[in-house]
Design a protein around this ligand. Sequence first.
Ligand SMILES: [Zn+2]
Length: 117
Amino acid sequence: MALCDEGYRCDRCREYVEDIRESELYLRYVLGVVPAEELPREPERHIRCATEFAQFIVDEGFPPVACDDPALDKKGLPAEVRAMQERIFTRAWRRLQECFESAIPMDEYPLRAEDLA
Ligand SMILES: [Zn+2]
């Protein structure tokens, strides 16, 4: 039995997404963008491969990613919008690491509005 055969491949680089810590789908779930019932139907990809989101994660534990689409590059955003996006995505990424390492039930993964304020 090969466990990896049951995993999901990234729809951008085609490598396996090993666990939720590197899953852009779960990052969006934590953000409340994807409802739980849609998780099995949505495409999976690495956070680092979704550069339009990954560029906003600013944490020592996450190697910085530059956006590969010039139209979506955070450098083109007003400073306050960029700061807000960085706060939201970094918070969500940290939440994802925390969820993976603890016994938090999956329906409690999503951040509440006050967590993002
Ligand atoms: Zn990938």
